[in-house]
Design a protein around this ligand. Structure first.
Ligand code: MEV
Length: 322
């Protein structure tokens, strides 16, 4: 391996949204996710001494990171071990626009940027397989039993069809669609939500298995809707998916209320996205203008922030509380 390094290197990634199939994906069912253009960047520079880390959550040496960031520390160490480089003499800075713990894939996106930036710093080529195996180190610390969906979606530029342990596939969408994302401002806890579903699965196996089977059909039909440009059908399927997420026990009163606000504002469909029990909801607008109406209604109902965008272009619009 080359002994040379760059003086400074950057790695980038972005947020993700799960359109349908979260939680069921942990049980081997398919899910559909897509990129969400909130960016994150890691910058690596040379700096003598133990590795220093700077982010909105923590600033200091990696060996003193708080417990909830242990996965990031391990991911940095594993990456440097893989590169055969010393675990020292670096300064890593994270600049992220992704709110943390809102089901938007911030932990996977941050780990992706770190691995990418370290490979770039040491001028090494990074294959997808190596990227995913190094990011899995951090994701396992963060979520316990991750399906891998977050990291694949956060490193993809297109909507994807994902099944645990299988090669993901890009979905070619026929018609653009328009998504509203609303942040409740409440931190979800994916690890807790996944554990709750597992407990429920063990207690009420046949009920939960029925839900998982329904979600599988919803994912299949959603793929059909995307490939055929049937946004009305996609909206209906999002609503059906939400009913099953309620049955799995990962929605709550506040999420349900916001989903109703979106539906009453004319959204074609709405559901929670990601782990649930806090975090974000997504809604399907009729067009970009209508998505703004839905986003504004959600902000009036008290969400912290609402974004809307069209899959036609990368531009992200924000609706904020005054
Ligand atoms: C979290 O963004 C998605 C979940 O399905 C967990 C996972 O896939 O690992 C809830």
């Amino acid at each position: 391996m080359s002994l040379k390094s760059n003086k400074k290197a950057i790695g980038e990634s972005h947020s993700k949204l799960i359109l349908v199939g979260e939680h069921a994906v942990v049980y081997g069912k398919p899910a559909i996710a897509m990129p969400f253009p909130l960016k994150v960047r890691a910058t690596v520079k040379e700096s003598k001494g133990p590795i220093k880390f700077k982010s909105s959550l923590y600033r200091g040496y990696i060996y003193e990171m708080p417990n909830e960031m242990r996965g990031i520390e391990e991911c940095i160490k594993e990456t440097l071990n893989y590169l055969n480089k010393p675990i020292r003499d670096l300064h890593i800075t994270i600049d992220s626009l992704i709110p943390i713990g809102r089901g938007l894939g911030s932990s996977a996106a941050i780990s992706i940027t770190i691995v990418r930036s370290l490979f770039s710093f040491y001028r090494q080529k990074l294959s997808k397989d190596i990227l995913f195996s190094l990011v899995t180190v951090a994701e396992t610390y963060a979520h316990g039993n991750p399906s891998g969906l977050d990291m694949i979606a956060s490193s993809s530029e297109y909507p994807i069809w994902f099944k645990k342990g299988k090669e993901s596939m890009t979905i070619k969408i026929r018609e653009p669609f328009h998504i509203v994302v609303a942040d409740t401002g409440r931190t979800g806890n994916t690890r807790r939500a996944v554990t709750n579903v597992k407990k429920r699965y063990d207690l009420e196996k046949s009920n939960i298995q029925k839900s998982l089977a329904k979600i599988e059909r919803i994912a299949d039909e959603s793929k059909y809707a995307l490939v055929n440009g049937d946004n009305n059908l996609l909206g209906k399927l999002m609503n059906l998916n939400q009913q099953e997420l309620i049955n799995l026990g990962v929605s709550d009163d506040n999420l349900n209320k916001l989903i109703n606000v979106a539906i009453n504002a004319g959204a074609l469909g709405a559901k929670l996205t990601g782990g649930g029990l806090g975090g974000c909801i997504i809604a399907l607008g009729r067009d970009l203008e209508h998505s703004k109406v839905v986003a504004d209604e959600l902000v009036k109902s008290g969400v912290e922030k609402s974004w809307y965008f069209s899959t036609e272009n990368e531009r992200l619009y924000v609706s904020l509380n005054d």
